[in-house]
Design a protein around this ligand. Structure first.
Ligand SMILES: Cc1cc2nc3c(=O)[nH]c(=O)nc-3n(C[C@H](O)[C@H](O)[C@H](O)COP(=O)(O)OP(=O)(O)OC[C@H]3O[C@@H](n4cnc5c(N)ncnc54)[C@H](O)[C@@H]3O)c2cc1C
Length: 390
């Protein structure tokens, strides 16, 4: 490992998908980048199922060997386990081999010159003349480095957001899943989604099966259920649908998912937030991987421009307020999902969705190409060139 410097253009706290994507892009712009994570290696304590949607797979360079086989089929189950089968002509989903993907992106970062600091926690920072001093701790030792800009990619409960006095996530669901090899499920690779207010209040329980790996999980509002009790209950409920008798459990994953929509105040002249720290998760589907890729790409662009011009107006483009308008329907859908917790109501809703006229709605919910709002370099330029510039 190259000798550690004590001063960097940008320091990124958190090497999840958001931090890795941002680090890869910033170093390509010629900036010196420090990437810090408290984990020792990135293939441990993974807390995502890792389902990538078609639009992400088309728009970004996710290495093929870090993805499972494609999935075109979805089955939506009512609380009484009545199925609605949905199929797409496209390869809609692929389950990421996330440990492998994180390691691959990290390798790309390091080869491009990012300085990687594992097993190191961000503690706090102070602001001085045009730079910040960060306190980091590795084991029992504490040290400080200086940086021109700080990026919080430190997940749903972001310490960086708090210290930068940016907005904090307030609404969550919690997800817990077991990962298996050798599960038997008839038919093609599939996502199976279960509406069940007992084991998944306000969200869904799921089986994501790509023929190689199977993820079985539950998610919902933490105040309404005990996910660790709900997971075995769900497993026994679906024993007639998936055969796990000879399957080997290889992992357990769990985590909080912020579902209040992208936060409004996510940047200032000292730093900005990306990924879960910015609340960049679809409030409806709870998908956060696509937003990680898109918002981090945008952030890299904004930070590069900000550090080269010193013009704080560049940061105005990086506003959750601008993205939230595109989230309006998904926030509305989240409110509906969290209110629809009665079994009979959900059963009735599912009966409607099985009618041909309404099944298009379900098709749209699972297969539409909606994702995190696209943000482009033009968005930044348009802000810098606002009237009154001259
Ligand atoms: C159970 C579950 C299943 C999910 N499934 C899907 C799915 O299938 N598809 C989808 O699109 N989305 C899914 N999501 C959401 C998605 O996984 C997240 O939105 C996404 O992974 C967030 O990435 P991130 O990089 O922002 O944060 P994280 O992956 O949380 O990374 C944050 C990193 O910061 C580090 N860190 C935190 N604090 C500090 C500190 N003080 N110092 C140093 N390091 C620190 C952590 O160690 C971690 O590595 C799921 C979420 C959960 C919980």
């Amino acid at each position: 490992m190259p000798l550690m410097k004590t001063s960097y253009d940008v320091t990124i706290i958190g090497a999840g998908l958001a931090g890795l994507q941002c680090a890869r892009l910033l170093v390509k712009q010629g900036l010196s980048v420090l990437l810090v994570d408290r984990k020792q290696t990135l293939d441990q304590k993974i807390h995502t199922t890792g389902i990538f949607v078609r639009r992400t797979l088309v728009d970004f360079d996710i290495p093929d060997d870090c993805l499972g086989p494609p999935i075109k089929h979805v089955t939506l189950y009512s609380p009484a386990l009545r199925p609605l089968e949905l199929a797409s002509q496209y390869d809609e989903f692929r389950i990421g081999r996330m440990g492998q993907l994180y390691q691959r992106y990290l390798q790309q970062c390091v080869l491009s010159g990012v300085h990687w600091l594992p097993q190191t926690s961000y503690l706090s920072h102070s602001t001085g003349e045009g730079e910040l001093t960060l306190q980091l701790s590795s084991g029992s030792s504490t040290h400080s480095i200086t940086t021109r800009y700080l990026i919080g990619a430190d997940g749903a409960r972001s310490r960086v957001a708090r210290d930068l006095k940016l907005e904090l996530n307030r609404e969550w669901i919690v997800g817990v899943e077991s990962v298996f090899e050798g599960a038997v499920l008839d038919g093609p690779p599939r996502l199976l989604c279960f509406l069940d207010p007992k084991v998944a209040p306000g969200y869904i329980a799921w089986i994501a099966h790509d023929g190689e790996e199977t993820h079985l999980g539950v998610g919902g509002y933490p105040s309404l259920f005990d996910p660790t009790a709900a997971l075995p209950e769900f497993r026994s409920r679906v024993a007639g649908i998936i055969d796990l008798r000879k399957a080997k459990q290889i992992e357990t994953r769990a985590g909080l998912i912020p579902v209040g929509g992208v936060l409004r105040n996510i940047a200032n002249s000292s730093g900005l937030l990306i990924g879960d720290a910015a609340g960049a998760v679809s409030p409806f589907t709870a998908g956060g991987l696509d937003p990680c890729m898109r918002l981090s790409a945008f952030a890299a662009n904004v930070v590069t421009q900000y550090l080269s011009t010193g013009d704080v107006r560049v940061l105005q483009a990086y506003s959750g307020e601008l993205f939230r308008a595109r989230f309006a329907s998904r926030l509305w859908a989240r409110r509906t999902a969290s209110a629809l917790r009665q079994r009979q109501l959900l059963e009735l809703g599912c009966a409607f969705l099985r009618l041909p006229l309404f099944s298009r709605l379900a098709h749209h919910a699972f297969f539409a190409r909606g994702s995190f709002p696209d943000v482009t370099p033009a968005s930044v330029s348009s802000v810098i060139a606002l009237p009154g510039d001259s």
